[in-house]
Design a protein around this ligand. Structure first.
Ligand code: ZN
Ligand code: FE
Length: 275
């Protein structure tokens, strides 16, 4: 292992007391996460500008940066208007020609320090997690994971540009982060994902427990997110491909034996597409 990676300090695990994370809802079920410190804010995946402009104005916040996980329009579509309206801010995004709005290209292993957001400087490690798209990244730091459309609560994104080995390796990487990590996903898909997870693992009590919590949150109009990686590892079938119950259900659905977790993952993803 190169010396630099062993000497590198771990990204901070806790959130400074001055920092809060708030959802801005967009489109039908997108979340634009707003990281707020004092009077400043950074937004993650602003697919549209209007709700962000309204939220910033209502709270008297100044935008100091934008994080982008992947090139889909529902995640980057608002960037141009935000910058046009509010003036230039650093726009961090993966190296992908389809994201022309990014001003700072990020790669796996990069650490972003958002020092314009708060004096301590929030720091996020960049993880390349291909599968949903070829250049999808996630941001991890301060006990938080912004997972875009790679990891959802109790589900995962569709594999538009990746292969099952790629997507399952990306999910495994995220699942290996500390269990208490808060998971901020790009969409409110949790309830539908729970219905699928129950079909895969009808006897998994952790799914029932999370389902009750999600129902309570959704019934009063609150997001089901953030989830935690502890909850995801216990409930999310796509993170549980090595579990005999999940592997058995996938093989039964396929009608043939499956040779390992990656084949189980591929079968689950196909099954979910038509569930
Ligand atoms: Zn997407
Ligand atoms: Fe999306």
């Amino acid at each position: 292992m190169p010396a630099s990676s062993t000497e590198r300090p771990a990204v901070p695990t806790s959130l400074p007391a001055t920092v809060t994370i708030e959802p801005i809802t967009a489109f039908k079920d997108n979340y634009i996460w707003c990281i707020r410190a004092g009077g400043r804010a950074v937004v993650v995946d602003p697919g549209e500008a209007a709700p962000v402009l309204a939220a910033l104005q209502a709270a008297g916040l100044r935008l100091t940066g934008i994080l982008l996980t992947h090139h889909h329009a529902d995640h980057i579509g608002g960037v141009a208007e935000l910058v046009r309206t509010l003036g230039p801010v650093p726009v961090y995004g993966p190296a992908d020609d389809r994201i022309t709005e990014a001003t700072v290209r990020v790669r796996d292993g990069d650490r972003l320090v958002l020092d314009a957001l708060c004096d301590d400087g929030l720091a996020f490690d960049v993880l390349e997690v291909p599968g949903h798209t070829s250049s999808h990244v996630a941001f991890h730091g301060h006990g938080m994971l912004f997972s875009g459309d790679t990891l959802f609560s109790v589900g995962c994104g569709r594999m538009f540009e990746g292969t099952p080995p790629q997507m399952s390796a990306s999910l495994d990487r995220l699942a290996a982060l500390p269990a208490e990590t808060l998971v901020f996903c790009g969409h409110e898909y949790t309830a539908a994902n729970i219905a699928f997870a129950r079909a895969v693992e009808p006897d998994n009590a952790a799914i029932d427990e999370w389902a009750r919590a999600v129902e309570a949150l959704r019934s009063c109009g609150r997001p089901s997110l953030p989830s935690t990686l502890r909850t995801e590892v216990a409930t999310n079938p796509f993170l549980r491909c090595a579990e005999p119950t999940v592997a058995g259900a996938a093989a039964a659905h396929a009608g043939r034996p499956l040779s390992g977790p990656v084949e189980v993952f591929a079968e689950l993803r196909t099954w979910k597409n038509t569930f």
